[in-house]
Unconditional design. Structure first.
Length: 365
């Protein structure tokens, strides 16, 4: 599959517009036209990971942490990042990063963490987006309406809640006069034509609007397609960072911490709070989420599971009577490899391997 087509598939599920504005996600190195057969998934790409990709003949590396984050003003062999970029290009390896868009998106990292813990009915902890919606109206000659509706559905237009392929259709008459230099599908040049047409209306999320319009224009038989796009005031699907869930069965903080240790395969774990505190509602933010302690408590959570908690943040949590399990940044996010491999494998077109390079910079002895 061409890289641009794979990226279309990835971004229809994990749109880049969900990422924070300070983030850097998408294709960071590579050629959209490259043919992709073998993919390496990894939390991040350092020199060892790039070498691993080369020795495994990988075409694409997918990382969670952006490979290029701060501004680069030159690419040369004089620094590590430049050397790695050159190495990727020389070996024809592309690199794609999906970071906060993957944290926020449905079925991304936070949902996957809750899934492997067995916590269900998750809600969003901190709302970051309410997707903008547009109404797309297309005028189609009779006989072509099924084809255009199929294109809309295949490109995820027409979603209302869990209903897909939603459209409204009205029959009518289109009129037009083909001027000199045109090649009309119906009628003659210089004559006013009347055509039986169907007006198809559907709703489209902002993130896929351009792609949907492009695909409709490609499939439509007319040389000049009449279509309208209206901005809607309806609220789209809400997205956000972190998850919160009420447990089916109460557990103690100690039981929860042990469950996390066995799920994430950890030897040790840090926590704030009484080991025998009763836990009924759990908040989660993978990576660095210690600033969500207050919000988690306000939303009724008995504990926040996250990483990167600092000493004074831990003191504040203790003062407000909030439990925190600090699994560390690495351990909450290394599962990126598992969820991403599962997603890529669902296409049944690629060989996907998980990086075996151990990337946690910390050692606990
Ligand atoms: Zn991270």
């Amino acid at each position: 599959m061409k890289l641009c087509n794979l990226i279309d598939k990835i971004e229809s599920k994990y749109p880049t517009n969900l990422a924070y504005s300070w983030d850097n996600v998408g294709l960071l190195v590579g050629d959209y036209e490259n043919d992709i057969k073998k993919i390496l998934v990894t939390l991040e790409a350092n020199e060892a990971v790039v070498d691993e990709a080369i020795s495994n003949n990988v075409d694409l590396i997918i990382t969670h942490h952006p490979f290029i984050f701060s501004k680069i003003s030159r690419v040369n062999s004089g620094d590590l990042k430049g050397r790695l970029i050159l190495k990727l290009i020389k070996n024809d390896i592309s690199l794609y990063s999906m970071h906060t868009n993957f944290d926020i998106a449905k079925d991304g990292l936070n949902d996957y963490f809750m899934e492997i813990m067995g916590f269900k009915n998750c809600e969003i902890l901190e709302e970051t987006h309410s997707e903008k919606l547009y109404k797309l109206v297309i005028y189609v000659p009779v006989g072509y309406e099924d084809k255009i509706r199929a294109v809309l559905g295949a490109n995820n237009a027409g979603y209302i809640g869990n209903y897909s392929h939603c459209t409204f259709n009205t029959s009518g008459t289109g009129t037009f006069k083909a001027e000199e230099g045109t090649n009309p599908f119906i009628g003659e040049i210089g004559q006013i034509e009347k055509a039986d047409e169907v007006k198809i209306e559907t709703v489209v999320q902002e993130g896929i609007l351009n792609k949907v319009v492009q695909e409709v224009l490609k499939a439509h038989p007319y040389e000049e397609v009449a279509y309208d796009v209206y901005e809607l005031k309806n609220q789209g699907q809400k997205e956000g960072l972190g998850r919160i869930s009420t447990l089916d069965k109460e557990m103690t903080l100690e039981e929860l911490a042990n469950k996390i240790k066995s799920t994430l395969n950890m030897d040790k774990i840090r926590l704030v709070g009484n080991l025998d505190s009763k836990i009924n509602r759990v908040a989660l933010c993978t990576g660095a989420g210690s600033d969500l302690v207050k919000l988690s408590k306000a939303k009724g959570a008995d504990v926040l599971i996250t990483g990167d908690m600092k000493y004074h943040e831990a003191q504040d949590a203790l003062d407000m009577g909030m439990n925190v399990v600090d699994c560390g940044h690495f351990d909450t996010e290394d599962i990126f490899k598992d969820v991403m491999k599962r997603f890529i494998d669902s296409f049944e077109e690629f060989e996907t391997i998980k990086s075996e390079v151990y990337l946690n910079p910390f050692k606990i002895i």
